[in-house]
Design a binder for this molecule. Structure first.
Ligand SMILES: [Zn+2]
Length: 289
């Protein structure tokens, strides 16, 4: 699942966040060092017109766009570096006002800042292993993420795994179960993961603005509704689904047979998912993570 609910409820917040995170100089830590000083490619015209084609293009689900806008990584960010922790939990960091973990799903839009913080202060190297995590979960998550390698071969994007937790673009951590802002456990549903990413107006980046990029954060649930370890099959689907969000697919396909539906489809990338990721990566982005 992936909800950027605050952005939808309070469009003003996103504007404020975007403005607040622009910094004139690289005075603070940049988490995309590969970005520094590089010239981004010139904008190509036609992004808007191309979007109109979506409606008539079989297989592309419009929910993949963010309010009708294309969100995706650009060539200068490639290869994306992906850090999949071996079971690490970040649930121990508390929201002192709410008295609940900062990983509560209602505060999801702040997860990138939490991870940025623990990268900077080194706590990322000392995280406990999530309850419910079993070693095969790690391999299953990699398999799910690697579903998307098929599109790397088509030239849409590139990603590599990294073992260095200080340099990644996309981070995967784990949780026994999700909680809301009241600290109540979300046990009953089949939500197996969440992805949080901050996005930046690509036009402004092209005009020379230098955003303080934030890590994209994926949390995967280690247990199912019964509290037993998540099956490897479900974990693969879960990781594949969340990585689809990390690549740019915003909301969910309404077709239950798609991996990017809330039902995880058949657990693999469907033809609609494929058409959709191709569509996104063949169009000029409006926002980049
Ligand atoms: Zn989702």
């Amino acid at each position: 699942m992936h909800l950027r609910s605050a952005f939808f409820l309070l469009p003003a917040i996103i504007a404020a966040l975007l403005v607040a995170t622009w910094i004139p100089q690289a005075s603070q830590a940049q988490f995309r060092n590969s970005y520094g000083g590089r010239q981004l490619p010139p904008a190509r015209p036609g992004g808007g017109g191309a979007r109109q084609a979506a409606a008539g293009q079989a297989g592309v689900y419009p929910q993949a766009l963010f309010n009708g806008k294309v969100v995706r990584w650009v060539a200068d960010q490639m290869p994306l570096k992906v850090f999949v922790s071996r079971g690490s939990s970040i649930d121990g960091f508390m929201d002192e006002e709410l008295g609940v973990p900062r990983t509560n799903v209602d505060g999801k839009q702040r997860w990138p800042h939490l991870v940025a913080e623990i990268i900077e202060n080194g706590q990322i190297n000392n995280l406990p292993v999530s309850e419910g995590f079993v070693e095969p979960h790690y391999e299953a998550a990699l398999q799910g993420i690697n579903y998307w390698k098929a599109f790397e071969r088509e030239g849409l994007f590139q990603f590599v795994l990294t073992n260095d937790p200080s340099e990644a673009d996309i981070y995967v951590f784990w949780t026994h179960h999700f909680v809301n802002k009241l600290g109540l456990g979300l046990f009953a549903n089949d939500i197996r993961g969440y992805t949080s990413k901050e996005i930046f107006d690509y036009r402004l980046v092209m005009q020379g603005k230098q955003p303080l990029f934030q890590p994209v954060v994926i949390l995967l649930r280690t247990t199912n509704q019964q509290g037993n370890p998540m099956s490897n099959e479900k974990m693969r689907a879960s990781a594949g689904h969340e990585f689809g969000h990390a690549l740019g697919i915003d909301q969910h396909s309404t077709n239950p047979y798609d991996l990017m539906s809330v039902y995880y489809g058949r657990g693999v990338i469907s033809n609609n998912d494929a058409a959709t990721i191709r569509y996104i990566y063949k169009h000029q982005p409006d926002y980049i993570p």
